[in-house]
Design a protein around this ligand. Structure first.
Ligand code: XLS
Ligand code: NI
Ligand code: NI
Length: 436
């Protein structure tokens, strides 16, 4: 039985179409810079918001109408939901999905029961993956919802919480491998603090690093070859999350010798919560060869929390795609819609509107970014702006030939620096609009 009988496969109809449930820009086989749009974008649907989001907020009850749910926390309901999820992804034409262990299968009364539930649903996920060709972009373990993790998981003051979390990650790695997942994500959940007066920060960070090493070792042991990713976020649920931004994550990975196994999964809303733009976080990760994947969403800049809205702003998606193309793409990562429909958008159909809009915004951003790159005007401007480093004293500094003494001799002779040139910000912002 179909959960979305009124919806057939979403088609590419081109820029002129007025059909809201058609792609105007996302034409999966269209080749851009030598690669299909499908392979550039590697769109992924998240299980947690899309199939577990209820519309619950601190002020009100769930609002989502989901006729396929039977209202229980049973494995049977979870299996039925999994089939609905694949019908959705197939109709959307999204090639990937991502989940937490506890989104797909219910937590049992014991760890053993939870593992059994997970296996039972994973068998259906596998069957549906084979039926539809939809693949697993990444798996992750939910180490933050259950009360046992109230002080955190790997950074808890309670060593048993670390041990329990290890069991969950062990199992989730096994299932991710079994389902052919191409990445495995760690988002810091409650790894952070509310107050330093009760916190041994050094000890907590050491434990977090130990935890990551144990995961990497276990992946090797079972032959899981997917990419490990760490997802920066500065706050929420804790006041300070240890993985606060790309720079903090990269420093952590370097300090604890984890850079060989990890890259970053950069999320737009987390970037802005950290006081950065998404492009900043992408550039910072990319320049250090640490850009792995993105969680595509957007925040509301008027609100200081993770609103996880679907991205529709073409300026934003263009900036994202400029950075992504510059650093050679995301694979094996992808564009994962870690985004949820608003509480007021409660009909199943809204799930389609949200994803079609997000996918189209990214497809258009990709096309615009490729056009900008083909013209090369921005690149040319930047290259010229730094041209003093291509010759003379600049080249001598970069090569290491010029030390302080040589620089002093140079300036004593020259007496003043060569003339500065305008940064032309307004001209460039205007130029950007020519492509939009
Ligand atoms: C929460 C995070 C989370 C991760 C997966 O803010 O974005 O959803 O992506 O654990
Ligand atoms: Ni995320
Ligand atoms: Ni988030």
């Amino acid at each position: 039985m179909s959960a979305f009988p009124e919806i057939s496969k979403i088609q590419y109809e081109g820029p002129e179409t007025k059909n809201p449930l058609a792609y105007r820009w996302y034409n999966e086989d269209e080749v851009i810079e030598g690669q299909t749009m499908k392979d550039h974008l590697r769109f992924s649907v998240v299980y947690w918001h899309t199939f577990r989001g209820s519309g619950l907020d601190p002020f009100g009850a769930p609002t989502m109408v989901r006729p396929w749910e039977d209202g229980t926390d049973s494995v049977e309901n979870a299996i039925n939901r999994a089939r609905v999820a694949f019908e959705f992804m197939e109709k959307l034409g999204a090639p990937y999905y991502a989940f937490h262990d506890r989104d797909v299968a219910p937590e049992g009364a014991t760890l053993a029961e939870s593992n059994q539930n997970f296996d039972a649903v994973a068998a259906v996920l596998k069957e549906e993956q084979e039926r539809t060709g939809v693949k697993l972009l990444w798996g992750t373990a939910n180490l933050f919802s259950h009360p046992r993790y109230l002080h955190g998981a790997s950074t808890s003051c309670n060593a048993d919480a670390f041990a329990y979390a290890a069991c969950q990650v062990k199992k989730c790695l096994e299932v991710t491998k079994e389902l052919g997942g191409v990445n495995y994500v760690f988002w810091g959940g409650r790894e952070g603090y509310q107050n330093l007066l009760n916190t041994d920060m050094k000890r907590e960070l050491d434990h977090m690093a130990t935890f990551m090493h144990l995961a990497v070792d276990y992946a090797k042991q079972i032959g899981f070859t997917g990419q490990f990713l760490i997802e920066p976020k500065p706050k929420e649920p804790t006041k300070h999350q240890y993985d606060s931004d790309a720079a903090a994550c990269i420093n952590f990975l370097r300090a604890y010798d984890l850079t060989d196994a990890f890259k970053l999964n950069v999320e737009t809303n987390h970037a802005t919560l950290a006081g950065h733009t998404m492009m900043h976080e992408l550039e910072y990760s990319g320049m250090q060869d640490m850009l792995g994947s993105i969680d595509a969403n957007t925040g509301d800049l008027m609100l200081g929390w993770d609103t996880d809205q679907f991205p529709t702003n073409i300026y934003l998606t263009t900036e994202c795609m400029l950075s992504i193309l510059k650093f050679g793409g995301l694979a094996p990562g992808g564009v994962n819609f870690d985004a949820k429909v608003r509480r007021e958008s409660f009909e199943p159909m809204d799930l389609f509107h949200a994803h079609v809009g997000g996918m189209d915004a990214f497809a258009r951003g990709l096309k615009i970014a490729a056009a900008i790159r083909a013209d090369g005007e921005f690149d040319g401007f930047v290259k010229e702006r730094y041209s003093s480093w291509d010759r003379g004293v600049g080249a001598d500094i970069e090569s290491g030939a010029a030390k302080f003494t040589e620089l002093e001799n140079y300036m004593l002779e020259k007496s003043e620096i060569s003339q500065n040139v305008s940064g032309r910000q307004e001209m460039l912002e205007h130029l950007m609009n020519r492509y939009l």
